[in-house]
Design a protein around this ligand. Structure first.
Ligand code: RFL
Ligand code: PHB
Length: 391
């Protein structure tokens, strides 16, 4: 089989890339190891930057998002028992969209299939070949049968644990890495959110986040040890910890409901440089991950996709390779800005074991400053709603 762009991974990055290429008349095939049901049910990100939501609208994918998503004009930072609001719209003229990543994935899969797109689910033994030649290929198995996909370009959209990045020769990639000494316990509950806006809470017992997926489904996170077992968190323990960490002195009350899902995620910042090797382009989590405190991972993946789709269009339709050659450099500038923001939010809002009393006071002072100085609040808000896409 032959296609222009062989895409490995049907996460938001791979699916959106395939859709944007289709709109430019460029064909692609998406290979995914998981089932369609699995990728459509995987609960992950929840916040779309202003630019991500706009891009989805522009490419014809905004309809259900605008109907069912929740437009948020600000967020609450809670610390020392006080709640302070950052007003995104007043500070930046922009807002964010609370719409689950799995909903974006569902919309993308439905649209690709309706447009006749080729997505192969549940493939196995995926490996890439000859990326340093002008005839790269991908081998894989489908229903136990060995197959080869020949292409001009390979887009490695296979997430942090995929095969593309590790396939490169040792030493080719320079890794930049920071592992945090904590994780997040993520909780999904059948409960109407107790706050209209997200609440990021710093507490002596650890960070807590109140988020949501819809008017009837709440999403919560609790800072926990990085290797914690979600099974040791009973529903009672979860609610008790959420009540304690989310409390303020202004009468906030948390409504409880049945917990329908819980799981622990470790927290890490990582960047691979460069994001390109010959005809292989790394996109999204395959090239970089962030701790989720800034709500950036999926948005960063979309940022890469926007750059790559445009560069491929210039290359394939106009035989102009300039944008493709600068893909890594263009993406990395934005990636490092987003890394900085995610690291900063994470550092400011979490408890670090062994931090001394001075460090704690500095973190509280930073929260106080960021919620009282307009200049500092604009800095937080413009990063949260999203820096401009690099296209
Ligand atoms: P994905 O979504 O991991 O998709 C990669 C796909 O590749 C498949 N795959 C393979 N396919 C073929 N062959 C192979 N060898 C393969 N190996 C893997 C996988 O099955 C998968 O389908 O990467 P992509 O597309 O780059 O998207 C990145 C986002 O998923 C990720 O950055 C976000 O979920 C991060 N994230 C958040 N991002 C935000 O923008 N806003 C948020 O609010 C936010 N919250 C979060 C998050 C991630 C979290 N977790 C669980 C890590 C909250 C959490 C708890
Ligand atoms: C989510 O709703 O899953 C979510 C929201 C904000 C974050 C991280 C995750 O910073």
């Amino acid at each position: 089989m032959r296609t222009r762009v062989g895409i490995i991974g049907a996460g938001p990055a791979g699916l959106l890339l395939s859709h944007l290429l289709h709109l430019e008349g460029i064909d692609s095939v998406v290979l995914e190891i998981r089932s369609r049901a699995h990728i459509e049910a995987r609960i992950r990100a929840g916040v779309l930057e202003h630019g991500t939501a706009e891009l989805l609208r522009q490419c014809g994918l905004g309809e259900r998002m605008d109907r069912e998503g929740l437009l948020h004009h600000g967020t609450i930072l809670r610390f020392g028992g006080r709640s302070r609001r950052i007003d995104f719209t007043e500070l930046t003229g922009k807002s964010v969209m609370v719409y689950g990543q799995h909903e974006v994935v569902r919309d993308l899969v439905a649209r690709r299939l309706a447009d006749g797109g080729d997505i192969r689910f549940e493939v196995g033994d995926v490996s890439i070949h000859d990326v340093n030649t002008d005839a790269p290929s991908i081998s894989y198995t489908e229903g136990g049968v060995a197959r080869t996909l020949e292409c001009d370009i390979i887009a490695g959209c296979d997430g942090f644990h995929g095969i593309c990045r590790p396939s490169l020769p040792p030493g080719f990639i320079r890794d930049f890495d920071r592992i945090y000494p904590f994780g997040w316990l993520g909780i999904l509950a059948e409960v109407s959110p107790s706050s209209e806006e997200l609440v990021y809470a710093r507490h002596a017992r650890g960070f807590a986040l109140l988020s949501m997926r819809s008017p009837t489904i709440g999403r919560f996170y609790l800072q926990c040890p990085p290797d914690d077992d979600a099974g040791t968190w009973s529903d009672d323990r979860i609610w008790s910890e959420l009540h304690t960490r989310l409390a303020d002195q202004e009468g906030f009350t948390l409504t409880e409901g049945p917990i329908i899902q819980k799981g622990v995620t470790a927290m890490r910042s990582y960047v691979a440089e460069p994001m390109q090797a010959g005809r292989l382009f790394l996109v999204g989590d395959a090239a970089h991950i962030v701790p989720p405190t800034g709500a950036k991972g999926m948005n960063m993946a979309v940022g890469d996709v926007a750059v790559l789709a445009r560069a491929l269009e210039r290359q394939i339709r106009h035989n102009d390779s300039a944008l493709l050659e600068s893909y890594s450099q263009t993406c990395l500038r934005r990636v490092w800005n987003v890394q900085r923001f995610s690291w900063w939010m994470t550092s400011m809002l979490h408890n670090f074991d062994g931090a001394n009393a001075f460090d704690e006071q500095v973190r509280l002072a930073e929260l106080d400053y960021v919620t009282t100085s307009r200049a500092a609040a604009v800095t937080l808000a413009e990063n949260y709603v999203g820096l401009p896409l690099a296209v």
